[in-house]
Ligand binder design. Structure first.
Ligand SMILES: Nc1nc2c(ncn2[C@@H]2O[C@H](COP(=O)(O)OP(=O)(O)O)[C@@H](O)[C@H]2O)c(=O)[nH]1
Ligand SMILES: [Mg+2]
Length: 471
């Protein structure tokens, strides 16, 4: 059936465990319809009758599933049969939609196993869909991203990839390389009849593909951001309003706010949606020298968080301006992407243009304008989420763009870039085209691994092992 010796029949509960309105058992493979015949009955006038021929494809049939041991009515069921190759996996598929009871679903699954199916491995349905050509590899990988997306923007990125956004771009680049390769190889094979492309043409065409690979690679920050979210750390000296800011971003009183320095001692982390980007925002203990042993631990934790932050939000007290105590924090804060938020503008704004120049001078990581807010009056808070999102690495690319959101795809694009760089340099120095062809081949192969056209079995196994059972 496929290179992997599929052809056996697999079964799994395809819905999440727990009590729900509906639960589905999915069976795929040549034994799917025999399974359905063994477990499903139509009910007419109190009589349970098995079907003689499988129901037509893509049609829902109402009936009951029976207990695998005694053949008695177990639950009502909507059976949908999908005839190969027009199914999710490309094989015969039977889906039993019953009530979402763990017990009902476990018994239906047991029945399917008793009629010859075996338990599906994690991701095996989607793996079969890929192996049978129903999905390319990038689209198959996006299934996990769709399932785990936490914001609509993350979902949009995953849906774009599922719809073939990225794959189409990659296939076009790969086709351009293969065409160039064919011309080079034809001239090598038939030197008397075929003119080789000029070295300039080879360099230009390989260079053009390389440029596009690099453009795609540049979207990797944004892709990762939408997919995995970002870690935002709110930091600053005590009582500038860090906890107040977290509460304002959350729209609830999560962190304790007092006028006592050293109130926040542990890191408080909450998830929020920042202009479509899933963010984990951490409120931290104010950075200062302290002799209080608990506060010292808090400050150590703040430093650890800062080291891993995708964006540091440095809170100042606008009414005090940029003070020496703020400046003393620079060694702790610098080195990560940084935005400055000046809070308490309701008490006045002493942050001068000279302060701002000094800040930008000392902290080259500082992004965007300084946001002026008041957590007390709410001034400036409406614009803050989009300003923070834009300051995140990659946060300025909209989720509708073609984004490389998967680390594996990024690595393959980087490999293609490397091979193409060698090819371009070799062509520019008039190197033997047979040697250049090898690098072009490597680049085409790296691109093919993204869509799955040239991928090795081991990679496929590794990719789908990360899925859950039933997908
Ligand atoms: N006037 C004024 N006071 C604020 C503002 N934001 C916070 N505060 C007060 O400043 C004090 C310290 O706030 P908190 O959020 O606990 O600061 P943290 O130590 O940085 O977490 C509290 O008394 C807050 O009520 C603001 O925008 N304006
Ligand atoms: Mg605090």
């Amino acid at each position: 059936m496929s290179a992997f010796g599929a052809g056996d029949t697999i079964a799994a509960v395809a819905t999440a465990p727990g009590e729900a309105g509906i639960g589905i058992v999915r069976v795929s493979g040549p034994g799917a319809f025999p399974c359905a015949r063994a477990l499903f009955r139509r009910e007419r006038g109190g009589q349970l009758t098995p079907f003689t021929a499988p129901p037509p494809s893509h049609r829902v049939t109402y009936g009951v599933v029976v207990h695998p041991d005694d053949g008695r009515r177990l639950d009502s069921c909507l059976l949908t049969c999908f005839h190969a190759p027009r199914s999710y996996t490309g094989e015969d598929v039977a889906e039993f939609a019953c009530h979402g009871s763990n017990l009902v679903l476990a018994l239906v699954l047991r029945g399917a196993l008793a009629s010859g199916a075996r338990p599906a491995e994690p991701g095996e349905f989607t793996q079969r869909a890929f192996l049978n050509g129903r999905l390319d590899l990038a689209a198959a990988e996006s299934v996990m991203d769709i399932i785990s997306a936490r914001t609509t923007a993350a979902l949009r990125v995953a849906a774009g990839q599922h719809g073939g956004h990225l794959s189409r771009a990659i296939r076009r680049l790969r086709a351009a390389l293969i065409e160039l390769l064919a011309e080079i190889e034809a001239a090598i094979d038939f030197p008397d009849d075929v003119e080789p492309p000029t070295d300039e043409a080879v360099a230009a065409r390989a260079g053009g593909v390389r440029t596009e690979c690099r453009e795609l690679l540049r979207t990797a920050d944004a892709g990762r951001l939408y997919r995995e979210g970002a870690a935002l750390v709110i930091a600053g000296r005590p009582t500038v309003g860090k906890s107040s800011l977290l509460n304002a971003l959350l729209g609830e009183n999560r962190a304790i706010v007092t006028d006592v320095a050293g109130t926040t001692r542990d890191v408080i982390e909450e998830g929020l949606n920042l202009g479509g980007i899933p963010v984990r925002a951490a409120d931290t203990a104010g950075l200062r020298e302290t002799t209080d042993s608990v506060e010292m631990l808090g400050v150590a934790r703040t430093r650890a968080r800062l080291a891993e932050a995708d964006l540091v939000v440095w809170v100042l007290d606008a009414s005090e301006g940029y003070t020496v105590d703020d400046e003393a924090l620079l060694p702790d804060l610098a080195g990560r992407p940084l935005v400055v938020v000046a809070n308490k503008t309701d008490r006045g704004d002493r942050l001068s243009a000279a302060d701002e120049r000094r800040l930008r001078d000392r902290a080259p990581e500082l992004r965007g304008p300084i946001a002026r807010i008041s957590c007390n009056t709410g001034a400036g808070l409406d614009e803050l989420p989009s300003a923070l999102a834009a300051a995140l690495p990659g946060g300025s690319l909209p989720p509708e763009s073609i984004l490389v959101s998967n680390a594996r795809h990024g690595a393959r694009l980087a490999a293609a870039d490397e091979s193409l760089t060698r090819a371009v340099e070799a062509a520019a120095t008039g190197f033997d085209q047979a040697a250049i062809a090898l690098d072009l081949k490597l680049a085409a192969e790296a691109l093919g691994e993204i869509t799955g056209e040239t991928v090795v079995e081991e990679t496929i196994t590794r990719i789908f092992a990360r899925f859950c059972v039933g997908k």
